[in-house]
Design a protein around this ligand. Structure first.
Ligand code: AMP
Length: 450
């Protein structure tokens, strides 16, 4: 059966089409149906797709359709955040290319011996799939020529940025001719991704197939609590929602401290943000909220201005703002990027539709634990610390899985690395003796709430 979206109606080469039926790909998946026609037209595409959506075949068929096997030059480059993904992508592209003779694909991944990769690159590759650090190294050594690249793919771009690869990605992308087609796939679209797209793509067409990405919906509720009951009401809301990330707004710095202290004494993972903090403490606190190693941030409006955090499921107006603009601005911290969020306001007098704090149902048991923990490395960009070094050492020497690593933040003189909560023993054990370029890794000092 041929439908307008079936593969046959697309301008794919006969060799690719024939192989698809052999693979049992009879109907395109939604991302393929939406993105492939654009990709085959040569358009830049900004695609929202997760693993399992068939996104690899979407860009894989696109790039294979462009390749001229008679020219042994690198014509397509796929950048992935981790080796495992690069290997999956390589396997899928090889499967898709089965009917095209003599296609050479090389994977360039960190954490693997360099020699075989260099030998393969000297022999030539039509397609290169790899991780940013190792790709950059091959470009620097002139083992990978980028001037013939016509298709560039960034896969799981949000993870690439989360893992701190922004600079390496730019280093790789810059020398590639602007006439290229650039395909950028990401599961989420925070501002960093939109800005990356503006930098490296031309008139991209957005392809969004996940309905969860419809405009975000924020559910607002008013909770009535007398002044003396407000901290208890707050604690109930946090327990009821079991949110792993929440932002609580207080009117004053003093208020922030008191609220945070009470929450900390109840076992919440909490930090404060106010105007009088040292710059270093302030940025460390934001890093910890963004990398999900702290659950609750209690902040004043002034301190929270310009704070760019996506994906906060919960905002609580502990001291509601009188100014509707400020209220909206605060609430706008949740329900971003098409997600749904909740906002609670603690009102000191009942208003129409408000519920009394006593009617909230507290979750039994301890407050939610942060999903990640932060470690501090006493060296940064000035010490030539790169994300690839960190990932490589932690996987190869400390015995972690790549999924155990979260956001990696590298500043000039230090780095903050998030690990999955639960692996800190392994990390500490390694850190007792292990060094990364001579630098020490230790559990992160948490600014005191005082
Ligand atoms: P991906 O999201 O790219 O990791 O793909 C998920 C899985 O779906 C892979 O195992 C693909 O081989 C498979 N797949 C991709 N496209 C199709 C299709 N049109 N029909 C059936 N399976 C597919």
């Amino acid at each position: 059966m041929t439908t307008p979206t079936a593969f046959d109606s697309l301008s794919l080469s006969p060799a690719l089409l024939e192989n698809l039926s052999g693979l049992g790909y009879t109907e395109p998946t939604p991302i393929q149906a939406a993105a492939l026609p654009l990709i085959l037209e040569g358009r830049d595409v900004l695609g929202q797709a997760k693993t399992g959506s068939g996104k690899t075949a979407a860009f894989g068929l696109g790039l294979l359709n462009q390749i001229d096997p008679t020219r042994l030059e690198t014509q397509a480059l796929v950048i992935c955040p981790v080796r495992e993904l690069a290997e999956q992508v390589a396997t899928e592209i090889r499967r898709l290319a089965r009917n095209i003779p003599n296609i050479k694909l090389v994977t360039l991944c960190g954490g693997m011996p360099g020699r075989p990769q260099e030998i393969s690159m000297r022999a030539g590759a039509h397609i290169v799939v790899g991780t940013p650090g190792r790709i950059a190294k091959h470009i620097r050594k002139d083992l990978l020529q980028v001037t013939s690249i016509t298709t560039l793919v960034l896969d799981e771009a949000d993870r690439l940025l989360d893992m701190g690869f922004a600079e390496e990605v730019m280093e790789v992308v810059k020398p590639i001719p602007r006439t290229r087609q650039t395909l950028l796939f990401s599961a989420t679209f925070p501002e960093e991704i939109r800005s990356l797209s503006r930098k490296i793509q031309k008139n991209p067409e957005s392809v969004i197939v996940d309905t969860a990405l419809a405009p975000g919906i924020v559910e607002e509720r008013e909770v009535f609590a007398k002044p003396q009951d407000k901290t208890r009401a707050l604690s109930r809301i946090l327990r009821q929602e079991m949110a792993e990330s929440a932002l609580v707004f207080c009117a004053t710095r003093q208020g922030c401290r008191e609220v945070a202290k009470t929450l900390a004494s109840e076992g919440f993972s909490v930090a404060t943000l106010h105007g009088e903090m040292e710059q270093r403490d302030r940025s460390d606190t934001l890093i910890r909220l963004a990398n999900r190693s702290v659950c609750v941030l209690v902040a004043t409006d002034v301190a929270a201005r310009g704070l760019d955090i996506d994906d906060l499921p919960l905002v609580i107006h502990y001291d509601p703002a009188n100014d509707p603009d400020i209220h909206l601005h605060r609430t706008g911290r949740t329900g971003r990027a098409g997600r749904s969020g909740k906002a609670f306001s603690l009102v000191e007098r009942p208003v129409p539709g408000s519920i009394s704090w006593g009617d909230l149902s507290p979750q039994p048991g301890p407050p939610p634990a942060p999903p990640m923990v932060s470690f501090l490395l006493n060296g940064g960009k000035k010490d030539k610390i790169r994300p690839g070094d960190l990932v490589g050492v932690m996987v190869n020497e400390a015995g972690l899985n790549p999924e155990d690593l979260g956001h990696i933040h590298i500043s000039d003189t230090y780095a903050v690395i998030a690990f999955r909560n639960g692996v800190q023993r392994k990390v500490e054990k390694w850190a007792a003796k292990g060094r990364i370029k001579g630098k020490r890794l230790s559990p992160m000092y948490v600014p005191d709430i005082s």
